[in-house]
Design a protein around this ligand. Structure first.
Ligand SMILES: [Zn+2]
Ligand SMILES: [Zn+2]
Length: 448
């Protein structure tokens, strides 16, 4: 305790930061599994929200955020059956009725004025279009929410654009919808939207968590821009949508490498805390198990919190008390602030082996960084090329209890555990199941 206080004082004096990480883990705390990125018919997903919620309940999740584009599932919304069938196939409504019953599923004929019947009053041959009601969250959450078992969090994917790039940010625990604010640059747009979210949080006294989505989708956000938006504490280090360029390309790094570049810049140059990384589904497609579709069950977070409610979960996530997973399960993640030891306990699985890489950047890293050029030698809008010192593998372990002892010279260290097992439903080629812990920072203190 004394040691921790000393560290905190030292860190404060250095205008630095310290985490009260896992050595302060509460005995009451439990692991809760959740997905914070999901789409339904309320925007561009292809199923009814209740069907999606049921899937997550049935697959042992504890919390779920439906995050439709620029909309909350509130109010009275009817959708043409033809539009539903066009997107989701002929069986979507059948499946919905089979699951929840005729009494639950509300249907009507499209009101005449909207069906443009008046424009051709003589035509009686066509029956009016059939519509199905999209139920709001307030009506269906009670079907799924169970204390200490399952929670739904009201959320939105704020879907903005700047510099002709998609800027998407998920805001969790909203009380009302937030319209994208925009901005002249990518950085400005991210900051403007963060400010709008903060205003709502301050107004309502409710915590809101916002994470930046899929930075490589549309090559929207570079690692330097990620570093620069220091009010953003979270981003998607893994998003299960197959079109988000997880691995990067010839001129752009993959998302995991961007994370390390961002955190190296944040800690060494901006003297601020590292970004935390989430895994999410970003699911849109619920009716096919084949093809290049965005399905459920690919990425999630495990949060260590005392209670299953939005406040407790967001509080724990803010403290870095969570890890991200695409299949690997951890029994514990501990970081001892006194000794600087990071230790993991991996849940054993029959027939699988696990390799853990401890990755980070040393304080004396080679800071050279080159601008990416195109074939004509013109600079392109991409993350710079950094030295091998940035996001370096410090140690590999095949143990089920891998450990890393910090020397005090690291800017940060994080662990990624990779299973020998192929991902059940890969979003990129040769994907193996993984788990990612959050970066930890440590300053060595002199012994008394
Ligand atoms: Zn998005
Ligand atoms: Zn999305």
């Amino acid at each position: 305790m004394k040691n921790q206080l000393k560290l905190l004082l030292l860190a404060t004096a250095m205008n630095c930061f310290a985490f009260s990480f896992s050595d302060a883990q509460d005995d009451e705390a439990k692991w809760w599994r959740g997905n914070l990125h999901t789409h339904s018919l309320w925007s561009d997903g292809d199923d009814f929200p209740e069907m999606i919620a049921k899937w997550y309940v049935d697959h042992d999740y504890n919390f779920l955020a439906l995050t439709d584009h620029n909309v909350l599932s509130v109010g009275n919304r009817w959708m043409d059956l033809a539009a539903i069938e066009k997107r989701a196939g002929k069986t979507a409504l059948e499946k919905y009725i089979a699951e929840f019953g005729e009494d639950w599923v509300e249907r009507r004929d499209k009101p005449l004025a909207k069906a443009k019947a008046s424009s051709n009053p003589g035509d009686q041959s066509k029956p009016p279009a059939s519509q199905v009601r999209l139920r709001p969250l307030s009506e269906f959450r009670g079907k799924f929410e169970v204390a200490d078992k399952f929670l739904m969090i009201q959320a939105e994917e704020i879907s903005d654009r700047s510099e002709n790039r998609p800027i998407h940010m998920n805001a969790m625990n909203l009380q009302s919808v937030i319209s994208p604010v925009g901005g002249k640059t990518v950085v400005e747009a991210i900051n403007n939207n963060l400010r709008a979210v903060q205003e709502q949080a301050d107004q309502n006294g409710e915590p809101i968590m916002v994470h930046l989505n899929h930075p490589n989708f549309g090559w929207a956000v570079t690692a330097e821009e990620l570093a620069k938006v220091t009010n953003e504490k979270f981003f998607e280090l893994y998003n299960g949508h197959p079109s988000i360029n997880h691995l990067g390309d010839k001129t752009r790094p993959g998302v995991e490498k961007m994370w390390d570049i961002c955190n190296t810049l944040r800690i060494s140059e901006m003297k601020t805390a590292p970004m935390f990384g989430l895994a999410t589904d970003d699911s849109h497609n619920y009716h096919t198990q084949s093809g290049n579709k965005a399905r459920s069950g690919r990425g999630w977070i495990m949060v260590r919190a005392n209670q299953l409610n939005a406040e407790s979960l967001i509080g724990a996530i803010n403290q870095g008390e969570f890890y991200s997973s695409s299949g690997v399960e951890l029994e514990s993640v501990k970081f001892d602030q006194g000794t600087g030891k990071l230790s993991l306990e991996i849940k054993p699985q029959t027939g699988q082996t696990f390799r853990t890489s401890f990755i980070g950047t040393m304080a004396d890293y080679d800071r050279s960084a080159q601008i990416q050029l195109d074939a004509d030698g013109k600079p392109i809008r991409a993350t710079r090329i950094y030295s091998k010192d940035v996001g370096k593998e410090f140690k590999i372990s095949d143990s089920l209890r891998p450990e890393y002892q910090m020397t005090g010279n690291e800017l940060f260290v994080r662990a990624v555990v990779t299973s020998s097992r192929q991902h059940r439903d890969p979003s990129f080629k040769n994907q193996k199941e993984q788990a990612w812990t959050q970066p930890v920072v440590w300053t060595k203190t002199e012994k008394e």
